[in-house]
Design a protein around this ligand. Structure first.
Ligand SMILES: C[S@@+](CC[C@H](N)C(=O)[O-])C[C@H]1O[C@@H](n2cnc3c(N)ncnc32)[C@H](O)[C@@H]1O
Length: 323
């Protein structure tokens, strides 16, 4: 499986599932064209501060929900109106737009799909941290060591909703710690949000963010990073980790995905909760296709495949194997 094959862009769905070409050494994220709001919708900065937004009416909220579901599979239901109001409101302030209807119109009229990307960036929930649900990394370590002991030399891992990078860098640390030979290891990290992918590819974290990493691993795999625009010291993932990683945009709601696999392990954690069973079924079918026989799918602790049609075998809660 070449990295190029993994990341082939999907052309028929503007704004969703665009891929990137990976650099030979790790993290690179697609550059986007900057979205410009139509001039008639842009206000000078001074007016933006003063302006009041018109409230998000029910009909416009419903249309946003439909659009977000159609493009990203994210199910926003009742009770999410204030979330949509706050998150899209922020984007609208940046553009100088004060009516949600005008913003909806802008997204729908933007044939480039760029504003749709911005909308999805604004709406997605990106909560994550290093070593989140740590038993999964214990499981990963054991699998890698068992496979290496059996003579396996090539390892492919996919982190399917990588957010700001804490999960894929945790995978990379686990790989480095577990394996004696990492010459043929690739970790593909994907997400729908270009904003989080940019941060993930930078791989720079605050002291607070790295506090969930054991101190010995911080010393081993992160460098202190001080630049004049950051007032407190930050920690940058070093090349040992970065060289294992490729970041790309991928929309899990638009199967089939443009990669061939096979993967030894797919970590698809804490993203299925945002989908309904239709989107989950498509995602699951793709995971089954992309795993090698004997490979593992790991989902979030709060997620389960029970009730879903799948040939994957449940090993323990949130851990499944392809037989
Ligand atoms: C709560 S975070 C989980 C991050 C990480 N997997 C973890 O467990 O810590 C959910 C991530 O899923 C991404 N996401 C939401 N919808 C998606 C979609 N349709 N395709 C790909 N990623 C999506 C969001 O952008 C966000 O970064």
């Amino acid at each position: 499986m070449s990295a190029g094959a993994l990341l082939r862009p999907r052309r028929h769905n503007p704004g969703c599932g665009r891929g990137v070409s990976p650099s030979p050494r790790g993290a690179q994220v697609a550059r986007r064209r900057t979205t410009k709001a139509p001039m008639s919708l842009v206000l000078p900065n001074a007016s933006i501060k003063e302006m009041a937004r018109t409230p998000l009416d029910e009909k416009t909220f419903q249309r946003f929900c439909e659009l977000i579901y159609e493009k990203a599979g994210i199910k926003l239901g009742e009770g999410k109106q204030s979330l949509v109001d706050a998150r899209l409101g922020k984007r609208m302030r940046k553009l100088g737009i004060k009516s949600f209807r005008d913003y909806l119109h802008l997204v729908e009229q933007d044939n480039s799909g760029d504003e749709l990307v911005e909308l999805l960036d604004a709406i997605s929930t990106n909560t994550t941290h290093f070593f989140r649900e740590s038993s999964h990394f214990e499981r990963l370590r054991t699998l890698l060591q068992t496979w290496e002991a059996a003579g396996q030399k090539r390892f492919r891992i996919w982190c399917a909703a990588s957010s700001t990078g804490e999960e894929p860098y945790t995978i990379a640390m686990t790989v480095r710690e577990a394996l004696r030979d990492v010459q043929d290891v690739r970790i593909l990290a994907t997400d729908i949000s270009t904003k989080v992918l940019r941060l993930a590819s930078q791989g720079v974290y605050t002291r607070q963010q790295v506090s969930s990493i054991p101190a010995a691993l911080v010393s081993k795999y992160f460098q202190r990073h001080q630049t004049h625009h950051l007032d407190e010291p930050h920690f940058a993932a070093n090349d040992e980790l970065r060289s294992l990683l490729t970041f790309a945009r991928l929309n899990l709601a638009t199967p089939p995905y443009a990669m061939k696999g096979p993967f030894d392990v797919i970590m698809c954690r804490n993203v299925m909760i945002y989908f309904d069973n239709v989107i989950r079924a498509g995602l699951l079918a793709q995971c089954e296709r992309l795993l090698r026989p004997g490979g593992y799918l790991i989902v979030g602790h709060a997620e389960s495949l029970s009730g879903m049609l799948t040939s994957l075998q449940r090993i323990e809660p949130s851990v499944y194997a392809k037989r």
